[in-house]
Design a protein around this ligand. Structure first.
Ligand code: DGL
Length: 278
């Protein structure tokens, strides 16, 4: 049974883990949320790479034989650094699977050349241009919009349902209005941050009020499929109803357990605190 390491700066990567569990049940999962150093998305490339490499090394020390970088920011800015630091471990990021999901969504509408993908992501991810490059390599046009307030809102649990979700709706309305001014022809919305799928119902509501309904997609399912493709077929197909999951966070372990259970839609076992330094 393989040990799969899954890493994000916080809860966001649980959206990827949620897709991995049913698809690859015959595995042991070690998840790390680097909550002490979150958000990554407002930091420099050098800092993001340092944090991401130390987090990946920690998962390798816990026995991870395959790493899933369930964080767009770390994927966009530090995938090569992680691969260089851990040359013997296959590393799967989320940007390419996300872009391929956008392509599949566009193709299902039958019009690739006229399509523009609007990518919502952190400031660091948008500045890296990783999504624009990857989408263009697939023949798609792209506009990226930085939404720096969304990760803190998700980490606070101000998603639907929450009495505070109206604040998040206001923030989303401003971001989406600005984004649609830049890209009025956008017809697919790609969630380029693994925290954002937790806002999907609120994003769809906001697009409705702005009279710009779009297909909203994320990288979670495609990333899980990319991981499954690296494993021998019998492992992906094995039957094991309850894969073993071990959770680590670098801060706020009680909050991680409480909100993480809601996000993963199943109770989380005790979350272990780990100190990865500054
Ligand atoms: N979930 C991370 C991502 O996909 C959020 C990054 C952050 O910590 O700002 O980009």
């Amino acid at each position: 049974m393989k040990t799969i390491g899954v890493f994000d700066s916080g809860f966001g990567g649980l959206t990827v883990l949620r897709e991995l569990l049913p698809l690859i049940p015959d595995a042991r999962y070690v998840y790390l949320g680097d909550t002490a150093r979150l958000p990554y998305g407002s930091k420099s490339r050098e800092t993001i790479a340092r944090y991401a490499v130390s987090s990946a090394r920690f998962l390798a020390e816990q026995g991870a034989e395959l790493l899933v970088i369930a964080c767009n920011t770390a994927t966009a800015l530090a995938l090569d650094d992680i691969r260089e630091a851990l040359p013997n471990i296959p590393v799967v990021g989320v940007v390419r699977p996300g872009a391929e999901s956008a392509l599949a969504a566009v193709q299902s509408k039958g019009n690739t050349s006229a399509s523009r993908v609007l990518v919502l992501a952190t400031a660091a991810t948008t500045q890296s241009g990783a999504y624009t490059r990857t989408l263009q390599s697939l023949g798609l046009r792209a506009t990226e919009k930085a939404c720096p307030l969304l990760v803190p809102l998700v980490e606070e649990g101000w998603i639907d349902p929450s009495p505070h979700a109206s604040v998040t709706l206001d923030v989303l309305r401003i971001y989406l209005l600005e984004a649609l001014e830049q890209a009025p022809d956008a017809n697919v919305l790609l969630l380029g941050c693994t925290h954002y799928p937790l806002l999907k119902p609120l994003i769809e509501t906001t697009l409705g009020t702005l009279h710009h309904p779009m297909k909203v997609i994320d990288s979670a399912e495609a990333t899980a499929r990319a991981v499954a493709a690296l494993l021998p077929a019998q492992e992906g197909a094995a039957i094991n109803a309850a894969p073993e999951c071990i959770f680590y966070a670098t801060d706020s372990i009680e909050k991680f357990q409480r909100l993480g259970s809601a996000f993963l839609r199943q109770p989380l076992p005790a979350v272990h605190l780990v100190d990865l330094g500054g």
